[in-house]
Design a protein around this ligand. Structure first.
Ligand code: FAQ
Length: 329
């Protein structure tokens, strides 16, 4: 169902000697750390890879509103409700920055939405897992936003200007998201034994899906080599996953939560934690459309798109009328 239709043509990294002159100039700019802007010459594979990655990221932000939106009406206090509402609205905003960045590459937001709805573009695997208890909202902020930021901080230095600038703004907001999730879990972990048990249950269910957010292990990553040569990606999937584990272990300890991995241990020699990899069969199954919530998530998005048609049509009709009215005046 989720076959890759945005053919990036980027499977093979070419040597500089094999490149036409304009591509050599492009690669020299990338090497120097210059930003590539929308009107600059770029290889077709670079453009398509960006549309695939930025579009997928935009879809993730929008679909990512659903698991949290599920708890807005059931937030335990007015303050928590206001925080959650603000966070969910931020995710919509992040989607908009990212759709706008992708639009500079020659694809419209409508086209990307249609590709998503047709199962021809992806969104992050994580949002196919349900939020079953209130502590899950803490886990989404702490672990899911935490994993997202770990990747996005590096993406601020990505080579495509509009993407890099969107990332700078998004990272500022995501850091608030992560802190609110951690704060929520501190309160629950210092609360009643039942609340602590809810937090541990959330940790148990979100740990491995959070690790999966960084993508398959490097040996199975299709795009990393070319994307890193183009500085679209700055780190490999495994590098970021390792950094995330190393950052999260002391935070879990402070909360008094146990990470559900018996093999998690500090490796003095490597200066990093050894840990159990997620179940990669589950990951590939989820991104193939068979996760616990894939069907619900897509149904919710398709229905929202249909329900909003009258509003989009109204805006388009108004935009058409405006210059005519101005002319008449
Ligand atoms: N889920 O060759 P690679 C957030 C696919 S934002 C689904 O390694 P790549 C905010 C990949 O597309 C979270 N599919 O791919 C928030 C490819 O398939 P394709 C989103 C995945 O692109 C928080 C295939 O596997 N962040 O959470 C996933 O070089 C809380 C092979 O993989 C971004 O999108 C996955 N996890 O590296 C919102 C960041 N991983 O396309 C609400 C930008 C891999 O050939 C609440 N994206 N695949 O059919 C990236 O950095 C990269 O795209 C990676 C994957 C690192 C995700």
């Amino acid at each position: 169902m989720y076959a890759q239709v945005i053919d990036t043509g980027s499977d093979r990294v070419r040597a500089i000697g094999e490149m036409p002159e304009e591509e050599k100039v492009f690669m020299a700019r990338i090497e120097k750390g210059e930003k590539i802007e929308p009107k600059d010459w770029m290889p077709e594979g670079y453009r398509k890879t960006l549309i695939r990655q930025i579009g997928q990221h935009a879809h993730s932000e929008v679909v990512g509103q659903l698991p949290e939106g599920n708890w807005i009406t059931r937030a335990p206090t007015l303050e928590r409700k206001a925080i959650l509402l603000a966070k969910v609205q931020d995710e919509a905003g992040h989607g908009l920055y990212l759709y706008s960045a992708a639009e500079t590459l020659g694809i419209s937001r409508d086209e990307m939405t249609e590709l998503l709805h047709a199962g021809k573009m992806k969104y992050s695997s994580i949002f196919n897992y349900p939020t079953l208890n209130w502590a899950d909202i803490g886990a989404v902020g702490w672990l899911v936003d935490g994993a997202a930021i770990m990747n996005q901080v590096a993406l601020q230095r990505t080579s495509y200007g509009p993407y890099s600038r969107a990332m700078i703004r998004i990272c500022k907001e995501e850091s608030f998201h992560q802190r609110q999730g951690y704060d929520l879990l501190i309160k629950m972990c210092q609360g009643s034994p039942e609340q602590k048990a809810m937090a541990q249950d959330a940790m148990n269910r979100f740990w491995y899906p959070a690790l999966m957010m960084f993508g398959p292990s490097d040996k199975d990553s299709v795009h990393s080599e070319q994307s890193m040569a183009w500085k679209i990606k700055i780190n490999t999937n495994d590098e970021l996953r390792q950094k995330f584990v190393d950052q999260t272990v002391p935070q879990a300890k402070y909360l008094g939560l146990t990470i559900p991995d018996e093999n998690l241990v500090w490796n003095e020699e490597r200066g990093a934690h050894d840990f159990t990899q997620p179940d990669w069969n589950e990951f590939f199954d989820v991104i193939a459309g068979n996760g616990p919530c894939n069907k619900d998530r897509m149904a919710a998005r398709v229905n929202a798109w249909k329900d909003g048609a009258w509003f989009r049509e109204g805006l388009a009709a108004y935009a058409k009328k405006l210059p005519l009215r101005k002319q008449a005046v």
